[in-house]
Design a protein around this ligand. Sequence first.
Ligand code: PM9
Length: 459
Amino acid sequence: MKNSKHSWAEPYKIKMVELLKMTTPAQRKKAMKEAGYNTFLLKSEDVYIDLLTDSGTSAMSDRQWSGMMMGDEAYAGSRNFYHLEKVVQDVYGYKYLIPTHQGRGAENILSKILIKKGDIIPGNMYFTTTRLHQELASGKFEDIIIDEAHDPENEFPFKGNVDLVKLEKLIKKHGAEKIPYVSMATSVNMAGGQPISMKNLKELRALTKKHKIRVIHDMTRVAENAYFIQQREKGYQQKTIREIVKEINSYTDGATMSAKKDALVNIGGFLAVNDWDVFEEARNMVVVYEGLHTYGGLAGRDMEAMAIGIGESINDDHIRARVGQVIYLGEKMMEYGVPIVKPIGGHGIFVDAKKFLPHIRQDQFPAQTLAAEIYLDAGVRTMERGVVSAGRKANGENYFPKLELVRFTIPRRVYTQAHMDVIAESAARVYDRRNSIKGMKMIYEPKYLRFFQAKFEKL
Ligand code: PM9
């Protein structure tokens, strides 16, 4: 019999390990209660498998660690800055670089420069920190992602696409001069890590060019998006991830980057732009909020690790194994009948809490409740991406997003296939006892980005 199955596998081997603590159900019950049923408030030593986020949680390579030893910790003009600048220009194709301590540092500077009071910022689904910085700069975010993205069951291959009709309507209603830029993310996080297609990007570029509107790219997970283009879009099968990433960026005017994801570092980010005027202002402003323009809140060694990490992130074998592991977990969960967002995205599995716990109303926080229950079962830490994350509108009303999800985010190069099995088995056990699970009430709510620090009580 012919066997044509080709499993994904990691293009690396393990050189050093970090030991984990195993906890008992009683220990987890106590820890979760003390954390106010918010997985962000757990101590990491009480967690067995940490799927809270893929942000800053990747394992660096031996090359990156050796790069750390080459840190030039000069206050000004560190050689690591110039290395990073060259890599950003060569790999990503943007002209000017401003390093920042992480993604939101870049969002803050960009929003302050480009947004004026009353401006509208259309985007392919909100992201928590991105929208907050737009609002703090007196702008208003408008969602222009295609409707399919709000439906967990819809299997459209490019659920990150911009709905150009929605964008045209906004331009007509407000006028192009009220839209400083379109906020376009690759691998749309809140939709489940869903990609945007190259075709849609080209159309977006053509429309925005006509109206002289910038496109600013949230390129936090651009390589993962490039992988889906390579796998799913006609004409891209023979292109490398590197080529696809550069083409994506070529349809945009600048980018904010949280290098803690795709770029395989534990800290760091940047703003990259093509306009000299925006660069000049950003280079001045970074001094106020982050640090001098040749380090932006980072140590020289952090910039070196980032420069090397960017190179590794666009390697075809790396990205195939990275997304392959995520798909492996998603398929396991589906075998157990656990309802997840489809198609499977690039950085994690998003469980549909509305479908998992249909008896819990959205104002009783089904996803928050489910994340707590998942932890209690086997010590797997996940994150709520639903009504708590969505926060409140300017008038104080809660947003009630269609998507009420629990994100099982996979750190890059960290966990094994056996870990994936343990995670899926744990999710299945919780699914089996789903009818006995009750919702929660919020007992503490901070003003900004409440999901990080809110506390809950079981009903
Ligand atoms: N994302 C994540 O876990 C970390 C904090 S929010 C829970 O998904 C995008 C698409 C992100 C992102 C962070 C940021 C902000 C911007 N855009 O965390 O400031 O996913 O580096 O980046 C998180 P920083």
